[in-house]
Design a protein around this ligand. Structure first.
Ligand code: GDP
Length: 444
């Protein structure tokens, strides 16, 4: 799902790697790439335009963040804007104060309404409701039967017109169903309505007649996400013809591009409430804009890290470390402190690149695993304050003492000290050559 969009966005963010701060040109460049990515994903043009406008404006206004590098800042903005166009908060079903709650399904034929009726029924039942499905799709010869099959699979009652009684009059069927639900104490009624292959006036009229007759608490417009840009036209027609309170995206499993998902909320002003991701009854879930956005970015980890970095970042400490680096007075003690600050944030190896002042150690430490980190900490802790301040004094006998104290080999101590000298030299060079380098890339 959304594979190509994912790749394109990732490569857009790569243009910002290694940048110290966001220039106007950087913002233009990344915005252009994001724009192309969204257009290629078949997102509606006005939606893309608004999206890019917002991203640019926010990137320009972004304060120079001490916790995040430019790439991370832009990822954060794009993520938030994605959440926003996907609807922001998760929108839950509204239940009627006086049951039964009536949910009406509308959409084109083949959109997935009947399947959805079963999915919703099963889902509601699992939550302790007592749903009833209503076969008000009397257009398609097999529709009533199909709903009965689906209802059977879901273990949910199906109300279908008796042959000869109400046949051909879906409005009457829907009314009868609600009366029946009251009698039999079903607390949610899901009304499956007829679809057509295309939008037509009669279809809209029937749907709005049913709506007027049963006064639903929710009208869910079911749209096949695979139809891409056409989804927008269809959604607009239904919004005008029947109006609906929420959208269900079906066949998201087959939607390689994501255009419908990303456009529909902005185009209709109605929230996406559920997503269907397969033919089976449990291929279905509440739609969460935030989860969908991080899935599109495929950066769940990075987003979590960004959040953690913002929380854990101690600006004063980092500033002090940066000044020490520039002045050539960064010591093993500082190194230890930074490592401990990082450890608080979680996985060391993943987080190494995120800390200003620590980024330079990345190459040196790239081959270490988490246990190496513990080893380094143990070695530094076994040093005296004087040794931490000035590792040059660490001679043979001190090395032996430190290795014993930390339970490591003398060669481990040697290696750490050597690496520290190398890193210090490198950092000083970088500091002299035009200030602190930007944080390295964000990849885990
Ligand atoms: P309706 O005409 O709107 O009632 O649509 P149906 O519920 O009959 O669905 C049409 C077809 O789409 C059926 O073959 C379903 O199995 C299939 N379908 C429904 N939802 C999904 C989905 O989320 N993913 C996939 N892959 N197929 C689906």
């Amino acid at each position: 799902m959304f594979d190509s969009l994912q790749d394109r966005l990732q490569s857009a963010f790569k243009t910002l790697r290694g940048k110290g701060k966001l220039s106007e040109a950087d913002i233009d460049e990344v915005a252009r790439e994001i724009r192309v990515a969204l257009l290629d994903a078949d997102v509606a043009v006005p939606v893309v335009r608004a999206f890019i406008g917002n991203v640019k404006e926010r990137a320009r206004g972004a304060e120079v963040s001490q916790a995040l590098n430019p790439a991370q800042q832009v990822i954060k903005i794009v993520n938030e804007e994605l959440v926003s166009i996907l609807g922001g908060e998760t929108r839950r079903l509204q239940f009627a104060k006086n049951p039964p709650t009536v949910i009406m399904l509308a959409g084109l034929q083949g959109a997935g309404k009947t399947t959805l009726a079963g999915k919703l029924g099963r889902w509601l039942k699992a939550q302790g409701n007592s749903p009833m499905l209503v076969a008000a799709d009397l257009q398609r010869p097999n529709a009533v039967n199909q709903l009965q099959v689906v209802g059977g699979q879901a273990g949910v009652t199906v109300f279908a017109p008796e042959p000869g009684n109400g046949v051909g009059n879906p409005v009457q069927v829907a009314r009868d169903a609600i009366a029946e639900a009251k009698r039999t104490l079903h607390d949610v009624v899901i009304v499956d309505t007829a679809g057509r292959l295309g939008i037509d006036a009669e279809l809209m009229k029937q749907a709005s007649d049913i709506r007027d007759a049963v006064n639903p608490d929710e009208v869910l417009f079911v749209i096949d996400a695979m139809i891409g840009q056409d989804a927008v036209t269809t959604a607009e027609a239904f919004a005008e013809g029947v109006d609906f309170t929420g959208v269900v995206l079906s066949k998201l499993d087959g939607d390689a591009r994501g255009g419908a998902a990303l456009s529909i909320r902005s185009i209709t002003g109605r929230p996406i409430m559920f997503a269907s991701t397969g033919e089976k009854l449990d291929d279905f879930d509440v739609f969460h804009p935030d989860r969908m956005a991080s899935r599109i970015l495929d950066m769940g980890d990075v987003l979590t890290l960004i959040e953690q970095a913002e929380k854990a970042f101690d600006a004063d400490q980092a500033q002090a470390a940066a000044e020490k680096v520039a002045g050539g007075t960064f010591t093993l003690e500082d190194f230890l402190q930074q490592m401990e600050a990082l450890a608080k944030m979680g996985s060391m190896t993943k987080l190494l690149g995120m800390m200003p002042g620590m980024g330079q150690f990345k190459d040196q430490l790239a081959n270490f695993d988490e246990r190496d980190m513990d080893k380094i900490k143990a070695i530094i802790r076994s040093m005296t304050p004087a040794e931490r301040e000035n590792p040059k004094i660490i001679d043979g006998s001190r090395r032996a003492r430190i290795s014993k104290g930390s339970g490591t080999q003398v060669s481990d101590v040697n290696q750490l000290v050597t690496r520290f000298f190398e890193a210090s030299k490198m950092m000083q060079k970088m500091a002299k050559g035009g200030g602190m380098p930007g944080m390295p890339g964000m990849g885990p």
